[in-house]
Structures are given as C-alpha cells and as structure tokens.
Design a protein around this ligand. Structure first.
Ligand code: GLC
Ligand code: CA
Length: 566
C-alpha cells in the first residue's frame, strides 16, 4: 500500500519540464540557452515546483532538436558550455531544487563518433554499436520508422553495402544494446552525469532498446502495431535491471521512462519496486484518446468523451494502487497544449479550463509533470502555413502528403491540433517584442496571444491569474499529503460533464469536482457519498465555503475541492 510511511521525494515532487530551445534566450541568437534558464531560476523557485526536467542539452546537429546526440558528454553549442551547465546545476541546487536530464540512448546522431566509425568498415571496432543488415542477405524484413519519408527504418549505406536501423530519422541510427560494450559505454556516461550531481533521468523511448538481432518478420500478434512490438524486445527488462544495478542503485535519483507501446498489463514490470528497474514511466493511453486509431499524429474525427478520459486515469491509478507509482501529465514537448486539447482555449473559457486542468493534475495520485508555459495557460500555436513549422515530424509528414497529392489544407488543419510545434513556441515572459523570449529573431514564431495577457509579467500582477492559481494549487498539494498519497475513488463514472473523485488517507477525505463542460451543470452524489460537512479548500470560481449536502452546481470548467468530515 502507498502510505505516508513509504515516503519518497520523487513521489512528493512537482516536476516542471523545460524545453531549453524555447525557454529564454540570453544572447540574442533567437535560441533559448542555459544562461537563459539561469536568469529564470528565481521564477522557477517561485512556482514551488521541486524538480526541473531539461529536454536534451547535449551536443547535437539538431535534426530532431537535440534528440539526435553527437556527444553525450558535451553541451549543445547553441545552449552554451559545460561551465554554463555547472553554474546552472549549482543555481538549481542552491535553491533547493533538483534537475533531471533526458537520457536518449535508443539511438544517437549519425554524427556521433561511434556511428562515424561504425559505418567505415564491417570490421571496425564500433561496427557492433549499431544494427546492421548486410545487403547480400537481400532486403531486410520491414521495420517502420517515425520520421522517414518512406516510413522505412532500414537505410542503405553504400560504404559497407549494408542497411542500418533507425526507428526515428535517418540521422538517428539505433544503438545496439545487445552489445555489452555499448551498454558499458552508456553506463559510464550515466555515471559521468550523476557524479556531476544531477538528480535523475527521463529516459527517451526506453522500451525500444532491446531488439531481436535476427530481425525477423513482424510477428503476427503485432500486426499493424510496430510500436507495441518495439516496446517489447526480448531482453528489455534484463537491460533495465542491469542499468539499475550498475548505475541507478548507487545514487539517490529518480527515473521516469517515456513508454510508447507499453500496455497496462506490463506496467508493473517496469516500476514494481522489487524488480529494481525504473521509478515511473509515461504511458501513451491519454495521448491516443483524441487520435485516429493507430495513428499517433492524426486527430480522430469525432470528439473524445470525458468518460473515456476518466476511464484512462482510473485504470492507471488502479494498476499502481499497491505497487509502483504513476506519473501524470497532460502535455509535453511532443503533445499539444493541455488547455487547447483537454480544456477550452476560447477567451470565454480559457481561464477556467486552464486552472481546472491544473487542479486535476495536482489532486491526483502520482507525480505531476507540468510543461513550461502550462502555468500561465499557454495555448496551441496553430500555425496556418507550413513555412512556420520547424518540427521534423510535421515537415516529413508534409512532404509525404504532398507526394501522395493529399489535401494539403486538410493536412495543415490537422497539424494545427496535432503538431509538436504547437507546444514548442517560445515561453511568453512579458508583453514586449517576441514576448521577452529574445531580442533577436526567434527560431520559431511566438504565439501572438502573449499580447492578450498570456505572459508571466502580467499574470504576476494579477492575483486571479492562471499563474497565481497554479501556485496556490501547488501549495495546497504540498500542505495536504492526502493529495499525494491518498487513495483515489471515482464517483459518478458515467457523467460526461463532471469528473468527480475522492482522495482518502486515514481519516482524511478530500472531494474533487471538475467540470469539463462549457455550460453550468449539476451533479448529485448522494448515493455514493455521505458526510456531515465539507469545507472549501480551493476553487477557480465562486463556490460555497461550506457544504452540508452532496449536490453541486458547477459553472463552466469550474474546479472545486472540499475537505469532508464524517
Ligand atoms: C521521444 C521524444 C521525441 C523524439 C523521439 C526520438 O519520443 O520525446 O521528442 O523525437 O523520442 O528521440
Ligand atoms: Ca541563445
């Protein structure tokens, strides 16, 4: 059971994700950098968050914005130097915060020295750091690639007359974990960062690292679902346990895996404490909710339903109710803005839905992860023109669509909701030029609604801002361990307008009511709930200070939390 006796700092933490490229530019080249983050450390502290997760900051040719690493022990030139990193780390720790980095070890850049060597000859000492298929064996069995024009993960390389494997772009060759030397090199690199003092890793597509080196045809049971196949390699858990034994167990650190393709049936294999693998992972069930079946980046045609949304969170709470621990997030650098996607970013409902979603994440069991700008209710960029997009995923998909003579207007309409660039626009600091992100030309367009109050500076001054609500809600979670450790019970599951649940720890009971609806709505919980009195803890709108009966009227996107007494 999770209880207050089983406390862990990473269970109690609120994580704040920084996409360094878009956070703050300190030298006017239009690209965010480490010195920019240093300038904002007091701001981060003021949010009352505990852990900063930095997207990749390592040397990279930036084919996929840093997820293609050419040197794991060097800092990306645009972001600064190792001295800047050391200063940042010190600044973070001085303020009592922690930092986790992105561990991208399913693949490297093709410009990494390992790969430059590997492709030179078939007997190069680094040959076996990557997956190669000699051409004389004929065409390799089909493997699907995310960012490839032909969706083909095998790239022919003339130099040695062989194909190499790349689940992502051609510039992201997959590392061969089957080779113990490669694993050793990765573990050494992890030690290097832990010895510097970092506090953990978010692990990029970590379930993909194990591959069958015979590269068989896709087994029938995975028909049409390469992602699930990739996430289920034969030696995956052996590698994770080895990594834990060799590296993680030696430090007091946290780990969170990014886990596309991992099914709930296998969830505990990763995070059951007795297995000594990871602390948490990000599942992809929510992210599929508004997408066409089997299509990661295509919106579904009808609307998602609140009952489906609740079902996902309830199921994932349940699986970790005795063992393991969950992670909670509504957006990140790959997935569109939460308020635009799960709330309603029209001027009328923006404030309430942004704060309602914050209330949700901060009142659920699991470690909550916020993405930069979520604390001020930043919205999807929704660029109209392909010229404004920067993401390799959108640009590749556009080329494919153009090649297939697809309807390109429909393509852009889809990207306005689904593109990763929706969340990658610069952080909105103030109402000055480029939202105060840079005094140069930003690498990607700024969302113009920084002029309509969606910026830090104007929200600082306003006690009723999304930003200040966020701070109050974080405080409420910190002051009430029931919100971290308490058990969760879903109420009125069939309600399509209101999400209602309780959190209980010992004698303490908290009731959370969240409207996901654009009109006022009523909920009657008298069949499921009895109490003598409830006291208001927080709401993003007018709410009764004290309640005696379990019938509630909520305004559009209202969030309200009561403490209940028996
Ligand atoms: C993960 C990252 C994403 C990246 C991909 C390849 O999904 O979050 O941004 O493109 O892995 O590294
Ligand atoms: Ca810069």
């Amino acid at each position: 059971m999770h209880d207050i006796n089983d406390r862990k700092w990473w269970k109690e933490a609120v994580v704040y994700q920084i996409y360094p490229r878009s956070f703050k530019d300190s030298n006017a080249d239009g690209i965010g950098d480490l010195k920019g983050i240093i300038e904002k450390l007091d701001y981060l502290k003021s949010l009352e968050v505990d852990v900063i997760w930095l997207n990749p900051i390592f040397k990279s040719p930036n084919d996929d914005n840093g997820y293609d690493i050419s040197d794991y022990r060097a800092i990306m030139e645009e972001f600064g130097t190792m001295d800047d990193f050391d200063a940042l780390l010190e600044g973070i720790h001085e303020r009592g915060l922690k930092v986790i980095l992105d561990l991208v070890v399913n693949h490297s850049s093709d410009e990494h020295e390992w790969f430059r060597e590997s492709r030179k000859s078939r007997d190069n000492p680094y040959r076996d750091f990557y997956h190669w298929w000699p051409a004389e064996k004929g065409k390799p069995p089909k493997r699907w690639s995310y960012f490839d024009l032909e969706g083909n993960a095998w790239q022919y390389d003339e130099q040695t007359d062989a194909y190499y494997l790349h689940y992502f772009s051609v510039k992201q060759p997959d590392l061969k974990w089957e080779n113990p030397e490669l694993r050793r090199a990765i573990y050494d690199m992890m030690h290097f960062w832990f010895q510097k003092g970092i506090d953990g890793f978010r692990m990029d597509v970590i379930p993909f690292i194990s591959k069958d080196p015979e590269y068989p045809e896709l087994p029938e049971e995975y028909e049409g679902d390469f992602i699930a196949y990739y996430a289920n390699g034969p030696r995956l858990h052996e590698y994770l346990q080895e990594m834990n034994r060799e590296v993680l167990s030696k430090y007091d650190v946290m780990t969170v895996g990014e886990a596309p393709g991992v099914k709930i049936e296998n969830a505990l294999d990763f995070v059951d404490e007795h297995r000594n693998e990871l602390n948490m992972f990000f599942h992809f069930d929510l992210l599929a909710l508004d997408r066409a079946p089997g299509k990661v980046f295509q919106m579904r045609e009808d609307n998602w339903k609140l009952t489906e949304f609740k079902e996902i969170f309830t199921r994932w709470d349940e699986v970790f109710s005795e063992k393991g621990w969950g992670s909670l997030f509504l957006n990140n650098h790959d997935f569109p803005r939460s308020v635009s996607r799960w709330g309603n970013d029209s001027p009328e409902h923006w404030y309430h839905s942004a704060t309602m979603l914050q209330t949700f994440l901060l009142s659920m069991r699991g470690t909550p992860y916020f993405y930069q700008g979520e604390e001020i209710g930043m919205t999807n960029a929704r660029f109209d023109s392909i010229e404004d997009y920067r993401d390799i995923n959108t640009l590749t998909a556009y080329q494919i669509a153009a090649h297939n003579c697809d309807d390109l207007e429909a393509f852009i309409e889809n990207e306005k909701e689904a593109s990763r660039d929706n969340v990658r626009t610069p952080m909105q600091w103030n109402a000055q030029k480029h939202a105060g992100f840079t005094s140069g030309e930003p690498w990607i367009r700024v969302n113009q609604n920084y002029l309509q109050g969606i910026n830090v500076q104007s929200q600082e001054k306003d006690s009723h801002s999304v930003l200040n609500y966020f701070r109050s809600m974080v405080k409420l979670r910190k002051n009430n361990p029931v919100l971290t450790y308490g058990s969760y019970r879903l109420l009125d599951p069939d309600n399509e307008e209101i999400y209602a649940y309780t959190r209980t720890l010992g004698d303490e009971k908290i009731l959370v009511l969240l409207s996901f609806f654009e009109k006022s709505s009523t909920i009657d919980l008298s069949k499921e709930l009895s109490f003598t009195r409830g006291d208001l803890l927080i709401s993003n709108d007018e709410a009764k200070k004290q309640i005696k009966a379990p019938v509630f009227v909520l305004s559009p996107y209202q969030a309200v939390i009561y403490r209940l007494y028996r």
